[in-house]
Design a protein around this ligand. Structure first.
Ligand code: BG6
Length: 520
């Protein structure tokens, strides 16, 4: 298919205001569970990138907290992580200065007697470095420690200090069903005011996800057609080629619906479906998202399907089935694939199906949203074709490529030149982030860490949103827990998932768009 590339001119880029980012106040970031992978792979590289961009305050410290007694080797390990996972040159002189800001404190998360010592250590660092009272606590631990850590921070007066601003960042999962999410929210809000709480969904840090809002609300031409009158259906796919990557025990308890659909995919759906907020501030944006989710009626169990991968081939390599993965039950009933059909009962979307699917070990890595428009009311050209280049007129399709190959493509029909009749062929207008801006987008954590330090909650989940989305999926999870899947595994690794996912769409006369990453 022909593709028209769109490129931003250097003149246009030079007009974009730069350097207007705010820099947070001096403070200390305290990372609980700092010996885990996330800190080394994502958080520290992101913080160093912020430092490189001049977006961290001069007076700043990072304190890793975990159970293991570690000394200076923690900072050395983080340095190695920044180089390996952040793509940073090991000889960058800023790196040594940055590493000096990293400290470590050993503590048992659920031992209340350890927290006075932590408080004293933070006060000592703050006094020594003239940092002031701002603290950001980051919970990167297993979820069972969220509650004891929060309670102990509260008991030591660290949540509401006399001086400075305090926030708490919580990594997903925020609960594993509606009851546990409500309980966690209750525990968090007993100690921290909601305005201090930053629930991270790293999808909201992705440039392409934020760009959905700019695309819709920063342009005049799309909003008039962004509704049931013009849109036939919406597909959102989060397809991974990776398996569970050694996270068997975690994944056994999670499964695809909890791991990705209830959070990342629902965030994508909300950005596509929400009404225009009156401003881009946290309250306005989050209120509209919650309104969109609340308009989704309960999902009949027949509109949710699950799958589990068996052995197969990915990128030419043989891979084992899920049940043969490390530390996975050989008779596991956990789903590694989930698909749902949702409706949104409001004036904009009534009658438009939203299909969501997510899975591991699928054919291709791609997260995409495709919005299929309705056919023109009368297909005059179709009838005139006889043996032209294209036999069928395809409906307009807007594809938002979240990752990889970030961009947006619009498919439309064009006349094939020099043909005797009006042959119509689909072509694409394609906007490609890397080609247009000459840069690839960051991993999401930079934006989110900076916003949390600045106290901006726009790109973080609100308690109401977490509870509404869990409310939607909990009945499905319960029904699945009560009924063993009939045949697992039900798809081969390296395919597009189980047949039942195809049937879910066929019932409404639709098919999954599997040309992901392609431009049509
Ligand atoms: C995480 C899930 O939240 O998101 C993982 O726990 C999943 O299982 C990951 O692989 C996907 O994130 P991304 O950014 O690679 O799409």
């Amino acid at each position: 298919m022909a593709t028209v590339q769109m490129k931003v001119s250097p003149e246009d880029l030079s007009q974009v205001p730069r350097g207007n980012e705010r820099i947070p106040e001096p403070g200390i970031m305290v990372i609980f569970g700092a010996s885990g992978d996330l800190t080394k792979r994502k958080l520290l590289p992101a913080l160093f990138h912020l430092e490189q961009s001049g977006l961290l305050p001069e007076k700043f410290a990072i304190v890793g907290v975990a159970r293991r007694p570690l000394g200076n080797e923690f900072a050395a390990d983080m340095r190695a992580g920044i180089v390996e996972f952040g793509g940073v040159d090991a000889s960058d002189p800023r790196l040594d200065r940055f590493v000096e800001k990293i400290g470590y404190y050993a503590l048992s998360f659920d031992d209340a007697s350890h927290y006075a010592g932590l408080k004293a250590e933070l006060d000592r660092i703050a006094a020594e470095r003239n940092i002031g009272g701002d603290r950001l606590f980051y919970l990167a631990t297993a979820p069972e420690y969220f509650a004891p850590i929060i309670e102990n921070l509260g008991a030591q007066g660290m949540a509401q200090p006399e001086q400075g601003r305090t926030g708490i960042v919580i990594e997903k999962p925020f609960g594993h069903d509606l009851d546990s999410a409500q309980e966690l929210n209750h525990q968090v809000n007993a100690v921290f005011h909601e305005s201090q709480v930053f629930r991270i969904d790293h999808y909201l840090g992705k440039e392409t996800v934020q760009n959905i809002l700019v695309f819709r609300f920063g342009n005049g031409i799309f909003e008039p057609i962004w509704n049931r009158n013009y849109i036939d259906h919406v597909q959102i796919t989060a397809s991974e080629t990776l398996g569970v990557e050694g996270r068997g025990p975690f994944y056994e308890k999670a499964g695809a619906l909890r791991d990705v659909v209830q959070n990342h995919m629902m965030e994508l759906l909300s950005f596509v479906a929400m009404e225009p907020p009156s401003s881009f501030d946290a309250d306005a944006v989050r209120r509209e998202k919650v309104k969109a989710w609340r308009a989704i009626p309960p999902v009949p169990i027949t509109n949710a399907v699950r799958g589990q991968y068996g052995p197969g081939v990915i990128d030419g390599q043989k891979v084992v089935g899920y049940r043969d993965e490390e530390r996975v039950n050989p008779e596991s009933g956990t789903e590694t694939f989930a698909a749902v059909k949702l409706g949104i009962e409001n004036w904009r979307w009534a009658g438009v199906p939203f299909y969501l699917r997510a899975g591991k070990r699928l054919r291709k890595r791609a997260t995409e949203i495709s919005i299929q428009f309705k056919q023109p009311p009368l297909l005059i050209f179709n009838r005139m074709q006889s043996g032209g280049a294209c036999q069928e007129i395809q409906p307009n399709l807007l594809t938002i490529r979240i990752q990889p190959d970030e961009g947006i493509a619009l498919r439309f029909g064009a006349k094939v030149p020099n043909t005797p009749n009006m042959s119509v062929c689909p072509v694409n207008m394609d906007f490609d982030y890397a080609a247009a801006f000459g840069t690839s987008s960051a991993n999401g954590y930079e934006r989110l860490l900076l916003d949390a330090m600045l106290g901006d909650q726009t790109l973080f989940a609100h308690r109401d949103g977490v509870e509404v989305t869990w409310g939607l999926y909990t009945p499905i999870l319960q029904a699945w827990a009560n009924k063993e899947p009939e045949v697992f595994p039900n798809y081969f690794a390296g395919t597009w998932g189980p047949d039942c996912a195809d049937r879910l769409l066929e019932r409404s006369g639709h098919v999954w768009r599997n040309n992901l990453g392609g431009k049509s």
